[in-house]
Design a protein around this ligand. Structure first.
Ligand code: FE2
Length: 147
């Protein structure tokens, strides 16, 4: 079964242009991964695409965490913990791909995991950030406390 690509959508926008653009770039790098995971291209191409994806994720998370700290986002710790969890998994995949313990047999499983995580993250945390920035503090505090 093919790994579906992720479509850019204002649905996932958090209302900070630079971060939204980075998120679109992550989706686009992911789509390359998804395509390569089931293509007849040499395995190196997937490994290289995964390296580019992890670098972009790392950069985006650092930037987003900086912004969240600056705006006093109330759910910062949970958001950062989610980033760290995903990056640890992504680095495990990266190590496996570099060492060759993960092979083309595993590419679509990796792509599927990445897709699931990205979608869940932007839907769950992205919505909270959007709510905090665009709906004002009292509503977002109720929202954060209601978890
Ligand atoms: Fe995030």
């Amino acid at each position: 079964m093919r790994v579906s690509e992720l479509m850019g959508s204002t649905e996932f926008s958090i209302g900070i242009t630079a971060l939204d653009q980075e998120q679109q770039r992550l989706f686009s790098l992911f789509n390359t991964l998804a395509r390569l995971s089931e293509s007849q291209e040499p395995a190196d191409r997937f490994v290289e695409a995964f390296e580019r994806f992890v670098d972009a994720v790392d950069e985006h998370f650092a930037h987003e965490e900086h912004v969240l700290r600056n705006i006093g986002f109330p759910d910062y710790a949970a958001h950062k913990a989610a980033h760290e969890h995903f990056l640890a998994d992504a680095r495990d995949f990266q190590d496996g791909l570099r060492r060759g313990s993960l092979t083309s047999q595993d590419f679509s499983t990796i792509a599927r995991y990445v897709r699931y995580w990205l979608l869940h993250h932007v839907q769950h945390f992205g919505r909270k950030v959007d709510h905090f920035i665009n709906a004002g503090w009292p509503a977002s505090r109720q929202h954060a406390n209601a978890r």
